[in-house]
Write a protein that binds this ligand. Structure first.
Ligand code: FES
Length: 142
C-alpha cells in the first residue's frame, strides 16, 4: 500500500468515526467556537483543564473530511498534555503545514502532512488546532 493510500484511510477513518465528538454538560470546560472564513465551516471545541493539564476534549461542528478528521485527531492527541506541550504540538502542526518533517507521539496526525501541497486546504486542517491554541490562551488569561 502506498503511503498516500494509508494516509487517506487514516483521514477517512477519523472523518467517519470521529473521536471525541460531543459536548460536556457541565460548565467546567473552556469553549472556543471558530470558523473557516474561506468556506464558513465551523467547529466548537471544549477542553477540560485541571492543574495545567488538558484532562479531556470534545468538539462539534460542520466541515470537510480534512477539518473534521483533524479535529478528531487533535482532541485525542491533546488529552493528558500540559498546556505548554499542547501549544508545542500546535506549533509542530503549523510546521508540518509548511512542509517541514515533524514527528507526533499521536502518529495519525502525520496522515495530514500531504495537506501542505494544497494551500486552500491548510485552513481546513488548522481550524481545530487554532481553536485549541485560543482555548489555551483563554485559560492562561483566567
Ligand atoms: Fe470548510 Fe474544509 S472546506 S473546513
Amino acid at each position: 500500500m502506498q503511503l498516500d493510500d494509508l494516509y487517506r484511510r487514516v483521514i477517512m477513518d477519523h472523518y467517519k468515526n470521529p473521536r471525541n465528538r460531543g459536548t460536556f454538560e457541565d460548565g467546567e470546560a473552556v469553549t472556543v467556537a471558530l470558523n473557516n472564513p474561506s468556506c464558513g465551516d465551523r467547529i466548537t471545541l471544549q477542553m477540560k483543564v485541571e492543574d495545567g493539564v488538558v484532562k479531556d476534549a470534545k468538539f462539534q461542528g460542520e466541515g470537510c473530511s480534512i477539518s473534521l478528521s483533524s479535529a478528531s485527531m487533535m482532541t485525542d492527541a491533546v488529552k493528558g498534555k500540559s498546556l505548554t506541550d499542547a501549544m508545542n504540538m500546535a506549533e509542530n502542526f503549523s510546521c508540518m503545514m509548511k512542509g517541514e518533517e515533524v514527528d507526533f507521539d499521536y502518529e495519525d496526525i502525520e496522515a495530514l502532512s500531504g495537506v501542505n501541497k494544497f494551500p486552500a486546504r491548510i485552513k481546513c486542517a488548522t481550524l481545530a488546532w487554532n481553536a485549541m491554541k485560543k482555548g489555551i490562551e483563554k485559560k492562561n488569561e483566567e
